[in-house]
Ligand binder design. Sequence first.
Ligand SMILES: NC(=O)c1ccc[n+]([C@@H]2O[C@H](COP(=O)([O-])OP(=O)(O)OC[C@H]3O[C@@H](n4cnc5c(N)ncnc54)[C@H](OP(=O)(O)O)[C@@H]3O)[C@@H](O)[C@H]2O)c1
Length: 241
Amino acid sequence: MKIKGKVAIVTGASSGIGMACAKLLSHHGAKVALVARSKNILDNLYQELADSYTVATDIRKENQIKEMVKKVYNKFGRIDILVNNAGRGYDAMVEKIDIGMLRELIDLNFIGPLITMQEVIPIMRNQRGGTIINISSGTSLMSIPNIAAYSSLKKALNGLSLTAREELAKDKISVSVVYPYITATNFGKNIMGGVRKWQPQDEDPDLPPVDPPEIVAEKILEVIKTGKPQIYAHDWMGKMR
Ligand SMILES: NC(=O)c1ccc[n+]([C@@H]2O[C@H](COP(=O)([O-])OP(=O)(O)OC[C@H]3O[C@@H](n4cnc5c(N)ncnc54)[C@H](OP(=O)(O)O)[C@@H]3O)[C@@H](O)[C@H]2O)c1
């Protein structure tokens, strides 16, 4: 899909990967709806990005998601691209996963993206096409201690996305998964639970260096343009399956 003139919703646009993606899409001529809870940050970004629009939304709330999609559609008259990016980590051993926190995480990292897809799919079908990008994680390809809740939900998101891709091909709606590697954002600071706040520099020094969020944004752009089913921040990640 060409980007210029297209209408895109980017969730989690107030920080990290989502903000980098919103900027890149806007610089390529898209009209970007900026979605997250931090209204002040979104309003500042709105000043910076031509033809953008802000809708403060809590992606854990079904009614807020539905309202957000309606507002974007009423504003621009179409929705071509959805980047389901908002998300948080959760640091806890399986034995210690707090069920209340897990339910919150499910709402944010799985049910929220699903509802957002369900809201845009009929619009995209009526337009005879669209692109949905779901942001997963390299951790969904591995079994790393302490992040089972997070990585399991990203695995579920992968399955949901690739099944939706099959179901929606006849409607010319492309659904793809992007797998970031460790990326220098506020993700570590925002991790739920956890006795430790994870920082990219805490990682094993033998691992490749962390990525800036702009690398993931470029991958998102590539997948929108090509319609590839899956794309990894680095090709070697695809061999971890
Ligand atoms: N950074 C990494 O190493 C890494 C690696 C693999 C995958 N990822 C994935 O990349 C995505 C983006 O994360 P990031 O690294 O850019 O982290 P980040 O800097 O913490 O950004 C997270 C974004 O999600 C939004 N968000 C959080 N809770 C929300 C809620 N209830 N409703 C609406 N928006 C909410 C935040 O906005 P507000 O707080 O303003 O609502 C923020 O814009 C996530 O899905 C994450 O799982 C990250």
